[in-house]
Ligand binder design. Structure first.
Ligand SMILES: Cc1cc2nc3c(=O)[nH]c(=O)nc-3n(C[C@H](O)[C@H](O)[C@H](O)COP(=O)(O)OP(=O)(O)OC[C@H]3O[C@@H](n4cnc5c(N)ncnc54)[C@H](O)[C@@H]3O)c2cc1C
Length: 378
């Protein structure tokens, strides 16, 4: 259903990047009667899990996607994010009590399924989604942005949204290359095995030098994630060996079961952890950055995707209010900058603490203040 509340100035929007931020923004803007085109270089998302907590749940609800994500994923009334030692003894439970409004506190969903749901929401709001396409140039005018696409076609829009992730082309075309992602000197290893027996609790397990995140997902999938303090490239075999070595530190049955099941044909996703915070402002004229294109970090708070969801919904809300494009984009950023900075900086701090050998209690305590901020509405 169209909400009859679009700002008089913005009628057409191009969103570059159809990830969490781009598709959610498309659904939110399309629902407000704005004509939206989304372009992406590729279809779908990487085969891993995304944990959605705090107000990310409300952002999904705002675009009408919450019920579908709950149905597709594993939803929890109380976030399953407790801290255990290597033998499985509970050390620290920072999870807030269940929400009073009955919504889940935490959902974990397979990223390709989330991409399908958000694409369907965007399309049902009238959005066009084109895959295999990017931009080759953007030319700003006072009242529009002229865009050349990589397939030789062109278009004219009232606003362009750069939602094209950490290595954003929109950012480098419009903002230049002074602001670049910075390596944290660490990598993440992620694995989503199927058929692991449900013989333990979800949570953060602390071994000798390792924080292992294990969260059962929907169907028979389990999400496993760990940081390693070295960002050298690893091939598939090396990634499996490293994850196996880390799992071998634990005597908890759930983790020994994972260790036993990490066979040679299993795929472990390796990703360098990098951080980025584009200094204010995130907009130049009629081009604005959202999601990882503007702010990205490690997964220590599990909130980068949540920030992307919130950015999308707040952008649509602010563009619907009266005012010039400049004033609406300023208002968007006033609601977003400090919150996203908290996520970026606290996550890097947690990553550094982990490298320095912090224990479960220290890590849990350092997460606390940021999680309190993120529990507040956006
Ligand atoms: C290991 C790891 C685990 C994480 N776990 C969590 C978690 O549990 N919870 C959470 O909230 N966050 C998590 N995050 C963070 C989260 O993944 C990101 O913050 C989120 O995906 C950002 O969404 P986005 O849409 O801004 O960017 P992306 O997801 O990167 O999407 C960008 C899109 O733009 C497209 N694109 C790129 N360049 C171009 C171009 N030139 N033209 C057109 N399209 C382009 C890409 O194909 C992609 O589809 C994690 C991050 C990492 C690294």
């Amino acid at each position: 259903m169209k909400e009859n509340s679009s700002s008089s100035d913005i009628r057409t929007v191009l969103i570059v990047g159809g990830g969490v931020a781009g598709l959610t923004a498309a659904a939110a803007l399309g629902a407000r009667g704005i004509t939206v085109d989304v372009i992406d270089l590729k279809k779908g998302a990487e085969g891993s899990g995304l944990g959605i907590q705090n107000r990310g749940v409300d952002a999904l609800d705002a675009v009408g996607a919450l019920d579908d994500v709950v149905a597709a994923g594993a939803a929890h009334k109380k976030a399953p994010l407790r801290f255990y030692d290597s033998e499985g003894t509970l050390v620290f439970d920072p999870s807030p009590p269940p929400r009073e409004d009955g919504k889940p506190s935490y959902i974990i969903v397979y990223r390709p399924l989330l991409a399908q749901i958000l694409t369907a929401r965007a399309k049902s709001a009238g959005v066009s989604v084109r895959i295999g396409l990017s931009i080759s140039s953007l030319t700003q005018h006072e009242d529009r942005v002229e865009v050349d696409f990589t397939d030789g076609t062109s278009g004219s829009y009232d606003l362009v949204v750069g939602a094209d992730g950490l290595r954003s082309s929109v950012r480098s075309i419009v903002f230049g290359d002074e602001v670049k992602p910075v390596s944290t000197g660490t990598i993440s290893l992620r694995w989503v095995p199927r058929g692991i027996a449900r013989i333990g609790e979800a949570g953060f397990y602390y071994g000798d030098d390792t924080e292992m995140v294990v969260i059962p997902m929907h169907d028979d999938m389990t999400y496993v994630s760990v940081q390693h303090p070295d960002d050298r490239k690893l091939n598939d075999h090396e990634a499996r060996l490293l994850l196996r070595k880390k799992l071998s530190q634990f005597s908890v049955p759930l983790l020994t079961e994972l260790h036993r099941n990490l066979a040679e044909d299993e795929h472990v996703l390796v990703r360098r952890y990098e951080s980025l915070l584009v200094p204010s402002p995130w907009h130049r004229g009629r081009v604005v950055l959202i999601g990882d294109a503007a702010h990205a970090t490690t997964a220590h708070l599990g909130s980068g995707g949540v920030m992307a969801l919130e950015d999308a919904v707040v952008l649509a809300e602010e563009l619907a209010a009266p005012g010039t494009v400049e004033s609406r984009l300023d208002a968007f950023e006033r609601r977003r900058f400090e919150r996203c900075r908290t996520v970026v900086e606290t996550s890097v701090q947690l990553s550094d603490m982990q490298k320095a050998g912090a224990n479960a209690t220290e890590m849990g305590a350092a997460r606390g203040p940021a999680m309190e901020v993120l529990a507040q509405s956006y």
